[in-house]
Every structure is written in C-alpha cells, then in structure tokens.
Design a protein. Sequence first.
Lengths: 246, 184
Amino acid sequence: MRDADHETIVEFIPAYALGALDPEEAGAVRQHLATCSGCQDELAVYAAVADSLVLAAPDASPSPSLKDRLMAEVQARPTPDAAARVPRASLGQPIWALLQGLAAWPRWRPVAAIVILALVASNLLLWRQANPTPDQSSSWRRITLTGTEEAPEATGVIYISEDGQKGTLIVDRLPQLGADQQYQLWLILDGQRTSGGVFSVPGDGYFSLRIQSDRPLRDFVAFGITIEPAGGSPGPTGARVLEHNL
Amino acid sequence: VPQLNDSELIDLIAHHNEAALGELYDRYNRLVFSIAFAVVGEHGAAEEITLDVFIRIWQKAGTYRAEKARVTTWLTRIARNRAIDTLRREEVRPLKHSIGWAHVSPEPASDHNTESAAHNAMERQRVRAAVGALPDEQQEVLSLAYFRGYTHREIASALDLPLGTVKGRIRGAMHRLRSLLEES
C-alpha cells in the first residue's frame, strides 16, 4: 500500500473504531489493516477509547423482576451434558450388604446397630472436617485442592452448590498432557473412588469442569485428580496431581 | 461465586451454572441496560435487549476469549450492537429522546463495597470527565455515532452539516478523548 493511502487510512481509524464510516470506507480500512501492523496498533488504541464510552451513558436500571425473567428463561432451556460420563463402581453397597448379613443373625444385631451409628457419626465428622465454615456471603461450599510433588504449581478449587447436589471444578497451572493422556477427577468416600469427570487442559493449564456424579457431592469427604490414559480409567492408576485430604 | 472474577464466572456459565449467571447479571445489569436505554430510549425495549444479551451470554459463554476482550467490553459491545440493530430493524431512528452524555457527579460510598466496584466507579468518572471536556459540537456528533450507530453521512444529514465538518468533529473528538484518557 502506498504512503498516501496509509495516511488516508490512519485518518479514518478513529471513526472506524466508532463504526461511523460508510461501508466503502470501512472496507478500505479493513483491507489495509490486514497488512499494516502500525494501523492495527492504532486501531487497538481507538477501539479502547470507543469501548470506554459506555461508561459515559446516563445511568439507568431495569425493573427488579427482569432477573426473575432471565432465570426462568434459562431454566426452560435444555442444558447439554458438559462431559461424557465414565463407568463407576457402586458406592457403599458392600458395607450395607455386610451389615444386612450381620443383622440377619439375632446375636449380632446389637453389633450391627453400633457399627451403623459409628459410620453415621464418622461421616458427619469427616464432612465437617472436609468442609470449613462456608463464607458468610455465599451458601456455596468451596473446597481447595493443592498440588502434589507431581504438579507443585497447580491449584484447584471445587464449588458445591447450596443444595449439595451439583458442583464445578476449576484448575489452574496444570501441565498440558500428551494426546494419549487426560486428567481424571476422583470423588472419595469410605476409601472408594468414583470418577467425577475426565478432562484436558490447554497450554495455560486453566480449565473448568462441571462435576458428574450420581450421588450428591456433599456426601464425599475427599477429592483427587490423577493422570490417566485418554478417556479415563475405572479407578485411579496414574500419578496424583491435585488433592484435598482431611 | 461472589468472590470469583468475571472470567471465572464466564467459565462457570459455559458449564451452565445458573448461580454464576445470576452473579454476572447482578454485577452488570445496570451497565447493559444503560447502554440499551441510551440507544433505544424506551424502557420496555431496553429490558428486552438486556434480557437478550444475558441469554446470549448463557448460550455463548464457551466462545468467550479472555485474550481478545474483557468481559465488560464483550457484554457492552453485544448490548450496543443489539440495541442499534433493534433501531435499524424497526427502521426507527428517533431523535425523540435526547441522547446526552452522563455528567460527572459524586457517587455514594455505599455503592463501592468492593475494591473492584470502587475501581469501576473511578473509571466511570474518568471517562465522563473526558467526554464532558469536549466542546458541545463534538459531544453531539459523538453521541449520534455511538448511541445511534450513525455514519458520517447520516450525521451530516441529521444535523444538516457539511460532510467534511462532521468528519473533522468526529476525528477531533476521538483524538481529544485519547489524549485526555491517556493523561488522566
């Protein structure tokens, strides 16, 4: 592009950033921008100026009921599953089968009752230890995951919804894996590990995942993330990179 | 959720987290509504645009790229484009309501209950002061371009001014704003 054209285009850039050029002029600017890094920089500056103008719009507020309409609209829309589910072992069934067997024999019934009471009490204690006092401003539970020696810089957090049913995992600074491996989240209760989802992270190691679980997330007492073959495993097989332990 | 930054909220929304959408709405419904109302000048239409914007965020949060724009920039660009599209679609380009710029005014401290809210309030005052420092004729053409989506030619026609005059005022306004915002 000749210098004279460049000078003309530079003059157009402020109006281009505002969207005030006629279509022909805007087309000429777009064409020039594709090859001129100086004009791209100039446009970035004026685009920021144009974007800031929203702050000078006179203040106005919608009706308070508009939020209710928004939430009703989104609840009425289908929500596709975020990640494929992974087959998992059933939870707690072996323990209950054992207790039912014990209770079938009259002389062992008192023992079964004591074991049940002890399990309930220990689960309550574990749950309290695993979940520090919730923040006063939010009824969501926040569980922090810390990096292991395998990924000392990695951090993670799990948010569990107010009703304890749903949750989201957010990780940061996890190393990017090769195509043959993925990370897998494990939900832990009574020593059993159930998959909460399989995921990969981009180059910056930041990713969020809606946790998959048939059981309410509030029931689990510990969480871990391991490196597994792509697609995930029925149980953890690889190195643990993030964990939340009692 | 209230402790998360805007990008983290968008990540949660991309995974269909309704609480995160509610939080984003609480933070920015007034900003989105203000730009929509400034463009269309009608409360009901501005509410429909605000609703559209947040539903679009719900549907498209997965396409957000933090390296391209801040969340507020993304939201307000969508809101402004939607509002201007509404005007064009209905072929209503009213000059019925005045489209002046907001003035700088002291804001109650109670509005700034977080560091981020206080920062946003300062930024708002900075931009309003810069726009307020422009000559009236530059503020007028700038408002027609920004709030109406008018081109140079349309502004010249609306104000019955020579095209070259309008181009000069728009360019002058943007140059001056750039300097004022860089200085402050």
